[in-house]
Design a protein around this ligand. Structure first.
Ligand code: ADP
Ligand code: MG
Length: 477
């Protein structure tokens, strides 16, 4: 196993499966599992099918501004400084279906899971933890671990360590190439829509924050697009967009005198930031964001799509009739619902009081989620109990309560900083989907790839950046 791990690390390093802990120059391999973990084929293919359904659902919900406003009103009130400000951006946003809508989302599920810890195998399946509708990371890294696993399992060091995996059971994962294609397709649709304009140059922008901890993952997408399509894809912060951006009469977002370029028009603004309050340290970031929303630049995602990904919206989708209102096909709606666990409204009122009582009586059966992204924000067990006892009903509305999901565990080996540790892991698969609509007409609704994160079954939350989960890939059984 020592040799297999050492060889895997050399492969991780040489394929660029790297990250920087503090955003500095020191790069380390991303933590990963030595072997791909087993996933039932039926669950894997169901997750792919669900991806197309969730793509359509999320873009339809994002187009319904009235529904977004009504659903998120109390949550915005309880979380004025963040959800409240995002919701306020909708007021200045372009009307739905007026231009190009584009998002790369990731739909995450525990595999072989149930809300009931003792569930028999026959009633286990995919259980959704959440939909990520902004800055879904891993577009490069999730594909790299698939590549590392595919190479490593056929190596003599694997056989010597007793690892027997048929490489044909590892599905293709072209997430980087496919997401590059999606970004370029959105760029080309933009160029087509505004073909008559005489703009000096049109470029793509990746919206980021320093210190770029995840820069390797982000930059591989930019370089892939340069390599294959020769489109300049600039890294800009929201503050830079604010400082250098102006909206022309035709709605175009011009960036002037920035990075040595005198002027260019933004086609696609692909976000890898903007999902947490600390990413808007000053008013400049908020006004940079507002500029993007008002302009005709294709924001991936729009603020409307970002709001669809709030924990509150995911709770509301669990309310009977809501999915059905957006997805009239009964079988499709039932398939979507099959992966939901119950979520509870915590707004002031009787229903919220009952939900809190239930959580206090049985804290191990629930997770408390604030309107935040990026891992490490959810509350479990005692911490959840303490906060629920302390919160006023108004503040409580900024959270949602979700049944705890209990996945079955598998044995695997985690490699971190070159050292390995064996353990019982639970696996969370994520399917990346890309959607493009031009004036409301669907141009793309595709699965672009797969990610898998695993963690020791005894741990609660699950971020890779937070040092809890590690990258894994599915082996179909
Ligand atoms: P974030 O947007 O911050 O990533 P998530 O809702 O995805 O928030 O939760 C982060 C992690 O917490 C997940 O990756 C998963 O490991 C764990 N988690 C989330 N929801 C549940 C749940 N209902 N039951 C058990 N674990 C959960
Ligand atoms: Mg998330």
């Amino acid at each position: 196993m020592d040799r297999l791990v050492a060889e895997s690390v050399t492969l991780a390093n040489t394929t660029g499966f790297l990250m920087s802990k503090n955003g500095d120059a020191e790069l380390k391999h991303v933590p990963f599992t030595v072997m791909p973990s087993p996933v039932k084929s039926v669950e894997f293919y169901r997750a792919l099918k669900l991806c197309n359904l969730f793509n359509k659902l999320t873009v339809d919900v994002a187009a319904d501004y009235a529904f977004l406003r009504e659903t998120l009103a109390e949550t915005a009130e309880g979380d004025k400084k963040f959800t409240g400000r995002l919701l306020a951006l909708l007021d200045g946003a372009r009307p739905a279906h007026s231009g190009i809508e584009f998002s790369i989302n990731r739909y995450d599920y525990f595999v072989n899971a149930s809300h009931w810890p003792e569930a028999p195998d026959s009633s286990r399946g995919l259980r959704m933890t959440e939909m990520n509708c902004i800055a879904a990371g891993g577009l490069a890294q999730a594909g790299l671990i698939s590549k590392v696993h595919k190479m490593v399992v056929t190596h003599p060091a694997a056989a010597a360590a007793g690892v027997k995996v048929d490489p044909r059971s590892l599905p293709e994962n072209n997430v980087l190439a496919n997401s590059a294609f999606s970004c370029v397709l959105a760029h080309q649709e933009f160029c087509k829509m505004y073909a008559k304009k005489n703009w000096p140059s049109v470029r793509m922008v990746m919206v980021v924050i320093p210190p770029y901890c995840n820069a390797c993952d982000q930059d591989m997408l930019r370089w892939r697009i340069w390599e294959q399509y020769k489109i300049d894809f600039l890294r800009l912060t929201l503050a830079e967009i604010n400082d250098h951006g102006t909206i022309g009469d035709d709605g175009a977002l011009f960036i002037s005198n920035c990075k040595g370029i005198s002027s260019f028009v933004v086609s696609v603004a692909y976000f890898r930031t903007g999902y947490a309050p600390y990413e808007y340290p000053t008013e400049k970031e908020w006004s940079g964001r507002a500029l993007l929303e008002r302009s005709n630049a294709v924001s991936c995602p729009s603020v409307a799509m970002q709001l669809v990904g709030t924990k509150k919206m995911q709770q509301v989708l669990d309310v009977p009739g809501v999915v059905e209102a957006f997805c009239p096909d009964e079988d499709d709606a039932a398939l979507i619902r099959s992966c939901f666990v119950r979520q509870y409204d915590l707004e002031p009122g009787d229903a919220g009081d009952v939900a809190v009582k239930m959580a206090l009586e049985n804290p191990g059966a629930f997770v408390l989620k604030p309107q935040r992204e990026g891992g490490g924000n959810n509350l479990y067990k005692e911490e959840m109990k303490e906060l629920l006892l302390e919160l006023s009903p108004e503040k409580r509305a900024a959270f949602t309560l979700m049944q705890r999901i209990h996945p079955a565990s598998v044995k695997n080996i985690i490699v971190r900083d070159g050292k390995w540790e064996e353990g019982d892991l639970v696996c969370e698969i994520g399917i990346y989907g890309s959607i493009i609509r031009v004036k409301g007409e669907e141009v793309q609704n595709d699965v672009v790839g797969t990610s898998m994160k695993s963690k020791l079954r005894t741990l609660d939350d699950g971020g890779i950046g937070a040092g809890i989960a590690v990258y894994d890939s599915p082996r179909l059984i």
